[in-house]
Design a protein around this ligand. Structure first.
Ligand SMILES: [Fe+2]
Ligand SMILES: [Fe+2]
Length: 240
């Protein structure tokens, strides 16, 4: 059993984008990760178009994973309007899919929510104007409130926050400036900074930088599989 003295090895990866043609199998990679880490975290965009068939293919590959798998959905997993079916298939495959909840594994609390867009710092989208704009901001606020509720549930001394959208701009650098507001929201970081966490992981920005910090100084990692990691693999290993 892991205790405070024994770090938990967390493998983290986002943006698998599993497609119906199954062009890229994750079976071997999941086998490798199971030997390298204690837990696998998946940070959303698990499927490319949110099709149940894509989720089934991922579920088959997950059979090669012998460690606990925990994660969140991403925006792509909503594309077909079948996200509930996608979630059911992945849960049936044993994945602990979080959507505003927390789960404790090996003495570490994992908190998961997809998050949403809205922009950063003083330039974030404000609650003003047309109903559609207000609805957009409401969606961000709802996700941050659900994140806060989940964080309050954590009893473990160590914790990891799993998001799909980015909470800071550090880790989305080299994405075009024009799309920053669609890549995440500072409201997520503001919520997280009210708590002490060991790591925050996200995906969604396929270009960007692996490591950053919240305004409160907490470590943020962009674990999208496209991002270069210190170990040279599509997944990162974090010791928490
Ligand atoms: Fe993605
Ligand atoms: Fe995404």
């Amino acid at each position: 059993m892991n205790d405070v003295q024994t770090p938990l090895k967390v493998a983290a990866m986002g943006d698998l984008h599993v497609r119906e043609d199954n062009a890229e199998s994750y079976r071997d990679l999941f086998g490798e990760i199971s030997r390298e880490a204690d837990v696998l975290v998946l940070a959303g965009d698990l499927t490319d178009l949110g099709k149940p068939r894509e989720a089934e293919l991922l579920a088959q590959d997950l059979k090669a994973c012998s460690i606990p798998v925990v994660g969140v959905l991403g925006n792509h997993d909503y594309e077909c309007g079948a996200h509930e079916e996608v979630a059911r298939i992945l849960r049936d495959a044993g994945m602990r899919l979080l959507d505003g909840q927390s789960v404790e594994i090996g003495g570490v609390g994992f908190v998961g929510v997809k998050g949403f867009a809205g922009g950063f710092g003083r330039r974030m989208l404000g609650y003003f104007g047309e109903p559609a704009m207000k609805q957009f901001v409401n969606e961000t606020m709802n996700e941050t409130l659900r994140l806060e509720n989940a964080m309050r549930q954590v009893r473990a001394k160590r914790s990891v926050v799993i998001l799909h959208y980015a909470p800071v701009t550090d880790t989305i650098e080299s994405e075009p400036l024009e799309i920053y507001p669609f890549l995440g929201s500072s409201r997520l970081a503001e919520t997280i900074d009210r708590f002490k966490v060991n790591a925050i992981v996200h995906g969604h920005a396929h270009r960007g930088r692996f490591e950053g910090r919240t305004p409160g100084g907490q470590p943020v990692y962009n674990v999208a599989k496209h991002i270069e990691k210190p170990n040279g693999k599509p997944y990162a290993i974090l010791e928490v």
